[in-house]
Design a binder for this molecule. Structure first.
Ligand code: ZN
Length: 488
């Protein structure tokens, strides 16, 4: 790291109990990272990767604005890579401390970081072949499988609801945030002999009415709350109506004998859709259908969900959550099992990637899109420029593996599934803390979303929410106004 990039940990002022610096997800959705400095510890809350935008590679390669070996601890809200994806890089750069997370997050982050390392290694290999032909020097991957393993070895796992002193005068408690398996909001108390302040990190908040996971548990009070604002500008479509749409598609496809293809994200959405199909079957709303989960990653994630039944609202103690799944569910792990599906008709196939940008779903789309009896069910967000977005937009011809494919299938876009709280749910989650005197900083949202959420909060609670940008800080004071915001 060159000298001029090193900004260093600055000493706290005499009346400062702690200082929080916004390092990522401040004015954007990905790359969550917030640095908390107290008299005794330097702690990073989340260490997320930037995703989606073209500049994200450069953003991920940018050196950390502190020396990794001077950081004592990391606290992880949940496993999604936009919150955890740079942990292996942090370890590669010299971080030697512990990473605190919930038990289920620890299992899930293992799955995701190993996969992420593999992707970085593969991408770098093909990039280097290109560079070699151009006479350029090879590049290194952002991190590799060893870095991921070394990061995972630093995990210290905690149950929900337990106060843990992770450093002198610094206590954290993970409380349920819904969203995905293991996801937590983190309550963080900073104390010295005389004074105490509390910061709450919302993490990503799920919906109040989530099919599988227990709902978010809002903390009651705080001096400062960092609130996510992914859907700060709106509420989601009605869930019951969305499930009914899914039922109609499945019903019709059973009647006409075609296949139903559902591109899914391996963690969260895949398990949710399996649950709804199972529920519709048990309610005899639809006939029982053969369902295939064709993604090794989604299969492993589903097994993790099954092993962590205590995170669910429906199962009794110790029960696996397979009761929530379709009666005729099969897991496809090997490529042969996946290819065997090419011969099947009248089946439901859930496969990744969720935006049809790679993975086994591409093979299924190539084999089925040109058939009129096929239904494609879009259940997640489709970014601009992806094949999934083209299908949603009504494209009649697409290219898959360089080959033109006619789209005769019916494409259904079901808008009501989301792993994130909508605007009203966000307001409801934070309002009691505001009423008890908390200041709010809006993070993890595009600017127009958090501006909309700030306006709604002002209307409902009269609170003025702060919208920090990267590098800005919040000081937690011992006396007087508990929180002071400062620009970079
Ligand atoms: Zn998330």
């Amino acid at each position: 790291m060159s000298k001029n990039q090193w900004r260093g940990f600055r000493k706290l002022e005499a009346d400062e109990l702690a200082r929080l610096t916004f390092l990522g997800a401040s004015g954007e959705v990905t790359g969550s990272s917030y640095l908390l400095e107290t008299a005794h510890a330097r702690v990073l809350f989340d260490c997320g990767m930037c995703q989606g935008e073209r500049q994200s590679r450069a953003a991920n390669e940018r050196p950390f604005p502190f020396r990794a070996r001077d950081l004592e601890l990391v606290v992880l809200t949940h496993a999604h890579v936009d919150h955890s994806g740079l942990l292996p890089k942090l370890v590669r750069d010299g971080f030697r401390g512990k990473i605190h997370a919930t038990g289920p997050s620890g299992e899930l982050v293992g799955l995701l970081l190993r996969d992420s390392a593999k992707i970085h290694e593969q991408d770098t290999k093909s990039e280097n072949r290109r560079r070699l032909r151009q006479g350029k020097k090879p590049i290194e991957p952002l991190y590799d499988a060893d870095d991921a393993e070394r990061a995972l070895a630093k995990l210290v796992l905690h149950p929900f609801g337990q106060e843990v002193e992770i450093a002198p005068g610094l206590v954290v408690r993970f409380v349920r945030a819904g969203h995905i398996l293991g996801a937590a909001s983190v309550e963080c108390w900073i104390r010295d002999q005389t004074f105490a302040r509390k910061v709450v990190f919302s993490g990503d908040l799920g919906r109040k009415r989530e099919p599988l996971l227990l709902p978010p548990e809002p903390p009651r009070e705080a001096d400062l709350v960092l609130l996510e604002s992914t859907y700060g500008d709106r509420d989601h479509k009605d869930l019951d109506a969305t499930v009914e749409e899914l039922a109609q598609v499945l019903e019709k496809s059973v009647a006409d004998g075609g296949n139903v293809l559902v591109p899914v994200f391996a963690v969260g959405r895949a398990q949710e859709i399996l649950h709804y199909i199972g529920e519709l079957e048990r309610a005899r709303r639809i006939p029982e259908v053969p369902v295939f989960l064709d993604s090794p990653m989604a299969v492993r994630a589903t097994e993790l969900y099954q092993r962590n039944a205590d995170c669910f609202r429906l199962t009794g103690s110790g029960a696996r959550c397979e009761a929530q799944e379709p009666r005729h569910l099969e897991f496809c792990r090997t490529p042969e099992e996946s290819m065997a599906l090419n011969e099947r008709r009248g089946v439901v196939i859930l496969s990744s990637s969720g935006m049809c940008e790679g993975g086994r779903i591409l093979h299924h789309l190539r084999h089925n899109l040109w058939r009129e009896s096929t239904d494609v069910v879009i259940v997640g967000f489709q970014a601009r420029g992806t094949l999934g977005r083209a299908l949603v937009g009504g494209a009649r011809n697409v290219r898959i593996f360089g080959e033109p494919v006619a789209v005769k299938a019916r494409v259904h876009t079901l808008g009501g599934f989301s792993a994130h709280a909508g605007q009203s749910e966000l307001v409801e989650w934070v309002a009691p803390m505001i009423a008890a005197g908390a200041r709010v900083a809006l993070v993890h949202g595009e600017d127009e979303k958090r501006t909309a959420l700030a306006a709604k909060l002002a209307e409902r609670t009269r609170a003025e929410a702060w919208q920090p940008v990267r590098g800005e800080r919040a000081m937690l004071r011992k006396r007087g106004e508990p929180v002071e915001f400062a620009t970079a």
